[in-house]
Ligand binder design. Structure first.
Ligand SMILES: NC(=O)c1ccc[n+]([C@@H]2O[C@H](COP(=O)([O-])OP(=O)(O)OC[C@H]3O[C@@H](n4cnc5c(N)ncnc54)[C@H](OP(=O)(O)O)[C@@H]3O)[C@@H](O)[C@H]2O)c1
Length: 214
């Protein structure tokens, strides 16, 4: 894959893990936050390919833009970045609409809508691909599990964008299952909770999904 510029919106674990993963593949990365200063120490140790900036600077920098923001803050993060900054770009949406208000995580949207669809509606000129939302950040890059490569479930409306994201997932050590249009986020976002609930019940966080074929 040729070298690309990647903007990452999100200073949390997912943003950092994916930023480091892209840099490890030789891509240039700008990771963004409302407060880029908080990323300074981490970025100092992340190598010369990683720089920091605001959400707007990260979105403007990337040919590919990764959304790795809190579900409930994602629309605000997009507005802070500027809707036009995403025009024509591949947007990898890792987010989940998690609601922690009752203690155990639940979904704040579901069945007839999803955060993936909300993001695509907010960014009509971007090519949104839902990916990386069904596994914990520690396994997102080079999962290296004894049962072989797990499967990353993705969806989105643009086939070329999905090919690019599938190639990235493969470079990160994943098989890829394409579930169709972005409305399939309605099923991928609940899969996140299946992953989380198994982690809570088993007290182990080293699992990932794989589809077995005959
Ligand atoms: N953690 C995981 O292992 C995992 C796995 C799969 C999917 N996900 C999903 O990936 C996303 C990122 O998760 P995470 O754990 O890395 O971090 P997170 O704590 O969910 O999100 C952190 C990011 O959200 C931004 N943010 C929070 N509230 C905001 C608001 N009101 N307006 C604008 N931006 C706001 C923060 O901005 P600042 O930088 O300015 O603080 C920060 O960049 C989430 O949607 C999560 O559900 C997480």
């Amino acid at each position: 894959m040729q070298k690309i510029r990647v903007g990452v919106l999100g200073s949390g674990d997912v943003g950092r893990v994916l930023a480091a993963g892209f840099a490890g593949l030789g891509h240039d990365v700008k990771i963004g936050s409302r407060d880029p200063e908080k990323l300074r120490e981490w970025a100092d140790g992340a190598g010369e390919r990683v720089s920091t900036g605001t959400f707007a600077e990260a979105a403007g920098f990337g040919y590919i833009v990764v959304l790795a923001t809190l579900g409930t803050g994602t629309a605000d993060a997009i507005r802070l970045a500027g809707i036009n900054a995403f025009d024509g770009k591949v947007v990898i949406d890792t987010t989940n609409p998690l609601d922690f208000s009752t203690g155990m995580p639940a979904l704040s949207i579901g069945h007839t809508d999803s955060l993936g669809e909300v993001v695509q509606r907010l960014l009509p000129n971007a090519r949104v691909v839902k990916a990386f939302n069904t596994v914990g950040n520690a396994l997102m890059v080079n999962p290296d599990l004894p049962g072989g490569p797990p499967d990353m479930f993705i969806c989105g409306n643009d086939d070329d964008a999905k090919k690019i994201v599938a190639q990235i997932c493969e470079h990160f050590g994943w098989g890829v299952i394409d579930l169709g249009g972005v409305e399939s986020s309605r099923y991928l976002e609940p899969m996140c909770l299946a992953w989380v609930l198994h982690g809570i019940r088993s007290k182990s966080w080293t699992h990932a999904f794989k589809l077995l074929h005959r």
